[in-house]
Design a protein around this ligand. Structure first.
Ligand SMILES: [Zn+2]
Length: 142
């Protein structure tokens, strides 16, 4: 039996999961349509230190960031932009999920696994439903 795309990314396709994923994706859509986002390109050194710590041991470094509240601003790391121009849509979706739906960084999706720092992390269903990278990877499939 094949797994549904919701099972693949969120571990389940129950009504509860469908409802939560729909809610977050709608919030992202509404916010992106109604708000005028500022996209800023900034240097590696100006990325928040707390995010640098989350990514120790990963060559990609901080791709970008956005605050969960406040003005709609998404900052993209210039070094990431140069090295991964095809990765920009995923970064924008990830950051939009933070700002529009207050998602968290519980694990970063790398090659089929979630990582935090240099460690693999296992996310349970509740964590998958509030994790920014889960939404960016999920939406990036369409
Ligand atoms: Zn993030």
């Amino acid at each position: 039996m094949t797994r549904s795309i919701l099972q693949t990314y969120f571990g389940d396709d129950s009504p509860r999961v469908r409802e939560q994923v729909t809610r977050v994706v709608r919030q992202m859509k509404t916010k992106s349509v109604r708000s005028c986002y500022t996209l800023r390109i900034d240097e590696d050194a100006n990325m928040p230190e707390r995010l640098q710590r989350n990514l120790i041991g990963q060559s990609s470094g901080v791709a970008g960031y956005a605050r969960k509240t406040g003005p709609p601003v998404i900052i993209i790391n210039r070094r990431f932009l140069r090295g991964n121009p095809n990765g920009i849509p995923s970064v924008l979706l990830h950051e939009l999920s933070h700002h529009a739906a207050q998602t968290d960084d519980i694990g970063y999706y790398r090659g089929g696994n979630y990582k935090m720092g240099s460690s693999d992390v296992q996310l349970d269903e509740t964590q998958l439903l509030s994790n920014a990278d889960t939404y960016s990877e999920f939406i990036d499939q369409f």
